[in-house]
Ligand binder design. Sequence first.
Ligand code: PLP
Length: 225
Amino acid sequence: MIRENLEKIKKRLALAAAKRGIPVTDITLIAVTKTVPPDAIREAWDLGVTDFGENRVQEALPKIKTFPRGPRWHFIGHLQTNKVKQVLPVFDLIHSVDSLKLARAIQKEGEKLNKRVNVLVQVNIGAEESKFGFSYEEVLPALEEMAGFSALKILGLMGIAPFFPDPEHTRPYFRRLYRLFNDIKVAGAEMKYLSMGMTNDFEVAIEEGANMVRLGTALFGPRDS
Ligand SMILES: *Cc1c(COP(=O)(O)O)cnc(C)c1O
């Protein structure tokens, strides 16, 4: 099942990359493993998936422990400041820096560990009450402030589009985030990763400039919870 799903995903990634005119190898597939048991994660790993995403600290830590080394782990959910300490040693990239308060907490903890923490800044691209992230107006001032945080390595932006049954409707949201990403890059800041696109809308996201997609359902099937 996972094998077949992965084959299908790879074909779809290749098509979307071709539409964008980039090599498919430019795109990082992040397998989202929330609610997925370690056996299934291992199966994906054995099939060559190298990057995994989790959104809850409590669920993620015991699972990650069963993998001595190897996979890269991405933290993709809302992170409470009191959990930062647990997250920094195990995750390779935090996609969800959604407030200055969190950025400060990561800075503080990173300094203690003498570690530069790889992060993406989350933008609330649909301006949805239910979602986390900086508003478009807040992003640049926040980036300016975070530029002084020596323990933070800001590598890009992350966004979650509002859900539409027809993914075509997500296109303007992704396009706008890419424009911001590119503007910041042109201005000279390091912007390496643009994390956008999930099962329902990843092809549109890639066509609009994503180079990290976060796929759960497409790989592991529907979640019960
Ligand atoms: C769950 C989740 C995903 C994956 O969602 P699917 O629709 O199952 O692909 C991606 N990003 C975030 C932040 C998530 O919480």
